[in-house]
Design a protein around this ligand. Structure first.
Ligand SMILES: NC(=O)c1ccc[n+]([C@@H]2O[C@H](COP(=O)([O-])OP(=O)(O)OC[C@H]3O[C@@H](n4cnc5c(N)ncnc54)[C@H](OP(=O)(O)O)[C@@H]3O)[C@@H](O)[C@H]2O)c1
Length: 275
């Protein structure tokens, strides 16, 4: 039987690297540190080696479909699938950044929602029985949801929203932001928040699909918030260390066999949060 395998996207630094560190210590199997840049990824693997930890590098740029399909094919060939997928890669413009909102909306949604969806589209069929999928979202997701128009809130919370409808809503936000019409259309002024609202909703949709299409496979898929974590993204003032930020994602990734919950939830500090 092939070895068990865990894959973490965007893990050359920050929370992703801390997740890999924790999995190296706690997961009985091979742990893959993936990064879009080979040099940064290999340097991160070496930094873990200097701590006595063995992670394995594989290139994965989530904005490049060829990179996603190449990585997916590699894990299918070498391991027959994937046991744990933690999708962590993400971007955020700094608050002080003066890039026009239209550009921020397009680039943020491109990586945090559309590329995340590409990763899930190509990796979900590979998830083995008993597998765990964790999407790193954010507490700004529910906060953004609560600031949307009642019509949008109803759709994002509904149990019957489809992936196609969600994709169309995310495209609608980008189009409206480009025309400066997003507020009239019911959206708050936060591309990052909308991207994480989208990723969390997508997680719920995919979890429902897994329950329907693979009811006996025991796969659990959740979105979570790592907390406010001291990384290049959030800065030095944030409250948690990267290792502390890794706690909830790793808890969800290592939920023991036979457990049926949480599944399709948004989790923070190891607790299911209201949506
Ligand atoms: N820090 C917080 O307080 C906080 C709070 C809530 C949620 N989050 C979420 O947690 C996740 C990790 O954030 P972080 O704080 O650790 O940020 P970070 O230090 O900026 O790290 C982000 C990671 O994502 C990678 N990445 C970005 N675009 C990528 C792409 N196209 N392909 C592959 N990797 C890509 C980066 O790689 P490069 O080095 O190549 O850029 C980096 O490894 C993000 O999804 C973020 O939204 C963070």
């Amino acid at each position: 039987m092939s070895a068990k395998v865990a894959v973490v996207t965007g893990s050359n630094k920050g929370i992703g690297l801390a997740i890999v560190r924790a999995l190296c210590k706690q997961f009985q199997g091979d742990v893959y540190l993936t990064a879009r840049d080979v040099g940064r990824g290999q340097a991160a693997v070496e930094s873990l080696a200097s701590e006595g930890l063995k992670a394995i590098f594989h290139q994965l740029d989530i904005n490049n479909l060829n990179s996603i399909t190449t990585a997916a094919a590699f894990f299918k060939e070498k391991y027959g699938g994937v046991d744990i997928l933690i999708h962590n890669a993400g971007i955020a413009f700094k608050v002080a950044d003066t890039t026009p909102l239209a550009v921020q909306a397009e680039l943020t949604l491109e990586t945090n929602f559309f590329a995340a969806r590409d990763v899930l589209t190509h990796f979900l069929p590979l998830i083995k029985r008993g597998g765990r999928v964790v999407n790193i979202s954010s507490f700004v997701g529910p906060r953004t949801l609560n600031k949307c128009s009642p019509e949008l809130q109803q759709r994002f919370r509904s149990e019957d929203i489809t992936e196609d409808e969600l994709v169309a809503l995310m495209q609608r936000f980008v189009e409206k932001a480009k025309k400066g019409e997003h507020k009239q259309d019911g959206w708050p002024e936060t591309p990052y928040g909308v991207s994480k609202l989208g990723l969390t909703t997508l997680s719920m949709i995919l979890a429902r699909r897994l329950s329907k299409e693979r009811p006996n496979d025991g796969i659990l898929l959740n979105a979570c918030c790592p907390g406010w974590v001291r990384t290049d993204m959030a800065g030095e003032a944030a409250e948690k260390s990267p290792d502390e930020g890794a706690v909830t994602p790793v808890y969800l990734a290592l939920l023991p066999p036979k457990i049926t919950k949480p599944h399709g939830k948004f989790v923070s500090d190891k607790e299911v949060q209201p949506w």
